[in-house]
Design a protein around this ligand. Structure first.
Ligand SMILES: Nc1nc2c(ncn2[C@@H]2O[C@H](COP(=O)(O)OP(=O)(O)OP(=O)(O)O)[C@@H](O)[C@H]2O)c(=O)[nH]1
Ligand SMILES: [Mg+2]
Length: 235
């Protein structure tokens, strides 16, 4: 609980058997966290069983995609505060407290992984990815006159329940470029947003999105497409 309100953590998971148990344990040990929800996205490995054994609530999302998994988690989470994260060891449970510290004053608290001091040795955040994330975030910031943004692709973020309810019916993206859609919608809905620096570590298990440069560039292109679409048409 955080100030008398329940806190949910949502992990989208596609074949994350190597890191899932440690991630569930790392986030569950934070006193403020009331439930950890694992959205199992057609994993063919032992992800679901290991998440369950570690004490998470496991839900199956059959539509394949990072965005579909996160949208399902947002819909199913029971807390007043919903924290999105990843179960691959890249994020730290203790950083939930940084997000909560701002949750009084903001509807969305976004993590940023581009703070050099918090990028751990071995983390997949070389200069190309760091600058790529920064540039797309700045594009969004400038086009929407939004608050200072420095990372367009950080899963670790907190959303208040009321904000979730306003955005859920408007989501359209099911794939890996879901995060900027969430920010565009939040700004169009007039929600209050802030970014805070979070730790970013090396991954456990196999990368699915930004591990390969080709995929990273493709996802970046889709992100820019979504941002331009929302700027032009508002939907
Ligand atoms: N790519 C992908 N990820 C999914 C899917 N469904 C759930 N996920 C989860 O979404 C999260 C993001 O994928 P990652 O492979 O970690 O991508 P990334 O964070 O950009 O890059 P790395 O952590 O460096 O590998 C992980 O927790 C995945 O398990 C899906 O259909 N595709
Ligand atoms: Mg990851």
């Amino acid at each position: 609980m955080w100030q008398g309100q329940r806190v949910s953590v949502v992990f989208p998971a596609y074949n994350e058997q190597d890191g899932i148990a440690a991630a569930v344990a790392d986030f569950s040990r934070i006193d403020a966290v009331d439930e950890v929800l694992v959205v199992n996205n057609n994993s063919r490995d032992d992800t679901a069983a290991r998440a369950d054994a570690a004490g998470a609530r496991v839900i199956d999302e059959p539509r394949q995609g990072y965005g579909y998994a996160l949208r399902r988690g947002l819909a199913e989470a029971q807390g007043e505060y919903v924290v999105l994260a990843e179960p691959d060891g890249t994020f730290m449970g203790k950083d939930v407290l940084k997000l909560l510290a701002y949750s009084d004053d903001f509807d969305l608290v976004l993590g940023t992984r581009t703070t050099r001091e918090l990028i751990w040795h071995g983390a997949n955040m070389g200069w190309q990815l760091r600058w790529g994330n920064w540039i797309v975030a700045k594009l969004l910031q400038v086009l929407f006159g939004g608050p200072s943004l420095s990372d367009c692709g950080c899963t670790l973020r907190l959303v208040r329940r009321a904000a979730v309810e306003r955005m859920l019916p408007r989501f359209t993206v099911g794939g890996s470029h879901f995060l900027p859609e969430m920010v565009c919608l939040a700004l169009l809905e007039g929600l209050r947003l802030v970014e805070v620096p979070v730790n970013y570590r090396d991954r456990v298990g196999q990368s699915k999105i930004t591990g390969s440069p080709g995929t990273a560039v493709r996802v970046g292109g889709h992100m820019i497409g979504v941002i331009l679409r929302y700027r032009a048409f508002g939907r």
